[in-house]
Ligand binder design. Structure first.
Ligand code: 5GP
Length: 195
């Protein structure tokens, strides 16, 4: 089957936007779709936060000590890194390079600061901003997740209000009011930009 598939361009694809807008759900859905398998791959970020639930080292994240993270940052091993809320997150450079070299696009699901840094370093990266239709809806989703205390939600909303101002700097904006529609929009963008 793979021999009949069209060859795609290998690009860095940034999926970013405020926390709670749904970028991780879209990211996971894309990576589990047979249609994109082997053509678009995940970038496993490093983080100093502790694993949550069933998260495993090397699958969702590389869970590093603050000391190891700082060493990697200092020695230039990250394409970008940022402090997001209470922890550090970074995109390991080597895996991105290796995948691009082998003709696969790499999907980075990262915060707005990281996206800004990648756009600067790789102007040809395709950047996609995922947002909710309104701030009220974002608040409803953050509360619905039930993972954050009220103070953390307030901070996320304040940060989101600033982050939303960055949307016009992205190549594409996807408004996630309906997950199926947002996913179709994402696939349409990728078909157009990677074919
Ligand atoms: P969480 O801890 O909920 O998995 O992620 C918190 C935030 O960090 C999310 O907005 C996520 O997209 C962002 N993030 C995850 N990995 C990276 C990364 O490698 N770099 C940057 N800048 N942000 C990241």
């Amino acid at each position: 089957m793979s021999s009949t598939r069209k060859k795609l361009k290998a690009r860095v694809v940034i999926l970013s936007g405020p926390s709670g807008a749904g970028k991780t759900t879209l990211h996971d859905r894309l990576l589990s779709s047979p249609r994109w398998k082997g053509r678009v791959v995940r970038s496993v970020s490093a983080t100093t936060r502790k694993p949550r639930g069933k998260e495993r080292h090397g699958r969702e994240y590389l869970f590093l000590s603050p000391r190891m993270f700082a060493y990697k940052a200092r020695t230039g091993q990250f394409l970008e890194w940022a402090r997001v809320f209470d922890h550090c997150y970074g995109t390991p450079m080597k895996a991105v390079r290796e995948n691009l070299r082998q003709g696969r696009s790499v999907l980075l699901c990262i915060d707005v600061q990281g996206a800004r840094a990648v756009r600067r370093r790789i102007p040809k990266a395709l950047s996609i901003f995922v947002q909710t239709p309104t701030m009220k809806e974002l608040e409803r989703r953050l509360k619905g997740r039930g993972t954050d205390p009220a103070e953390a939600i307030r901070l996320r909303l304040k940060t989101a209000a600033k982050e939303m101002k960055e949307a016009p700097r992205y190549d594409q904006v996807i408004v996630n009011d309906d997950l199926d529609r947002a996913f179709r929009d994402l696939e349409t963008v990728l078909e157009r930009e990677l074919l």
